[in-house]
Design a protein around this ligand. Sequence first.
Ligand code: 13P
Length: 259
Amino acid sequence: MRKHVIAGNWKMNKNLAQAVALADGMKEGLNALPDIDIIICPPLTALAAVRNAMQGTTIAVGAQNMHWETEGAYTGEVSPQMLTSMCSHVIVGHSERRGHFGETDEMVNRKLVAAVLHGLTPIVCIGETDAENRAGQTLEVLDRQTTRALAGLSAQQAATAILAYEPVWAIGTGRTPAPEEANATIGLVRKVVRREHGASAAEAIRILYGGSINPNVWPEFSVQPEVDGGLVGGASLSAADFVALAAQTRAAFLAKSGQ
Ligand code: 13P
C-alpha cells in the first residue's frame, strides 16, 4: 500500500507572524496523526520559521517553487541547494506557475530533475484547463505533462516523486470532478508512468488529487483506490480544516491497507 500524503499549499498568503501562528495552530493536531506523510508549504519568507515551529514533530515542510540552477546570476530566484538546508519537499509546475509565469513542460522537467538530484522530494502538478477539458483533451494533456515532467529520471527516481493531479478548473472554484472520475483519471496517469518508467515505479509513485478539497468532500475522494492523498490550497489556511483533512486521509489509508 502506498503511504498516503496530505500536503498544504499556502500559496501567496500569510506574513511571517501569521504563518508561524497558523503552523502553531495545526501542529499538535497533525502530530497526533502517524502513518501518513504530512507536508506544509508556506511562502518562502516563512519557510525557515515554519520549519523551526515544526521541529520535533513528524510534519514535513516544503517550498512552492524553485529554480533548477544550483547558484548564479538569477536575481530573485531560489536554488535547490538553498532549499535542501531548509525543507524536504518542493512543489514543481503548479498550474499557477505554468499559467501566470510561463513555466513550460521543459522548465518543469529541469526543476524536477534538479530537485531529485539535490535530494528534495518534488510534488509535481499536472492538470488540464477548462477549455482542454471541454475539448476532450484531458488525457492527451496529462500524458504530455507527465511524460515530459518525468523525462530523464530513472525508474527508481520516478518512483520517489509525488504527482498531483489538479484540474485547473477545479482550483479555488468549488467545482470538482466526481470522485470516481478523479480516480479513473489518476489511474490513467499511473498507466503513463508504467509505460515510461515500468510497473514498479507506477505501483510505487504517489498520485494526489487537488482542487477545491475541503473536509465535506474529501472523504469521498480519499477512499478512491488510485487517490494516494491530496494537495490542498484554500482549506490548508484553516488549522481546523487541514487537521480534519489529514485525519480523513489517514482513515482512508488505514481502511485501504486493512488496518
Ligand atoms: P484549492 O484547494 O484552493 O482549490 O487549491 C488547490 C491547489 O492549487 C493546491 O495546490
